[in-house]
Design a binder for this molecule. Structure first.
Ligand code: COA
Length: 160
């Protein structure tokens, strides 16, 4: 059976936590569209194009992935690429509640689209994009949490 899914997020920047979730889901789905989105609640270090490029460069080892930017509702993005699944990763109990709210709302908006969650690997469950930016800005080594191309972009944006 051919199954299509989306993996939406801000990716400001993409981390090895996101990549781990993608690698594991990519064994299950025929095609995954990574949706680089925008949340009005957030302020971003990287613009949409920069975030998209970093994601694209970080997932070149995965064959069945396509990176696209999207605006508006996640369920509409899913419908637009014929996806019936929204993929998300869960790192902690805090994430669980947030993901439950989003999954419930998305279900109300479109009952054809299911949200699937995967638990993060324990060694990656403390990673978040904000924490990476904070640690990097304070001179910490983030190489175990983000790929080389992301470190190059962090260097350009943040003077350490
Ligand atoms: N590994 C590491 N970090 C992870 C992670 C993982 N597996 N999964 C999530 N995160 C982190 C991210 O790094 C990010 O950290 P930050 O807050 O420090 O930046 C945080 O979890 C959440 O980010 P993300 O998963 O990118 O989601 P988001 O809250 O920024 O949401 C959208 C972005 C685009 C998915 C969301 O705003 C959206 O759905 N927008 C569309 C509008 C819509 O449909 N709204 C109704 C939905 S109910």
């Amino acid at each position: 059976m051919s199954e299509i899914a989306i993996y939406p997020g801000s990716f400001d920047p993409i981390t090895k936590g996101h990549i781990d979730i993608l690698e594991r889901f990519s064994r299950v789905f025929t095609k995954i569209y990574i949706g680089v989105g925008f949340s009005p609640k957030k302020s971003y270090l990287f613009n949409l194009e920069e975030r998209q490029t970093m994601v694209r460069e970080a997932v070149t080892h995965l064959q069945n992935i396509e990176v696209v930017a999207f605006e508006g509702l996640t369920v509409e993005f899913a419908k637009g690429v014929n996806a019936n699944f929204i993929l998300r990763g869960v790192r902690s109990a805090g994430d669980f509640e947030y993901e439950q709210n989003m999954a419930n709302m998305n279900y109300r908006l479109n009952k054809e689209i299911e949200t699937l969650l995967l638990y993060s690997k324990p060694e990656l469950n403390l990673v978040s994009s904000s924490l990476i930016k904070e640690v990097f800005a304070l001179g910490g080594d983030v190489s175990q949490f983000v790929t080389e191309n992301v470190i190059r972009e962090l260097v350009k944006k943040i003077k350490v």
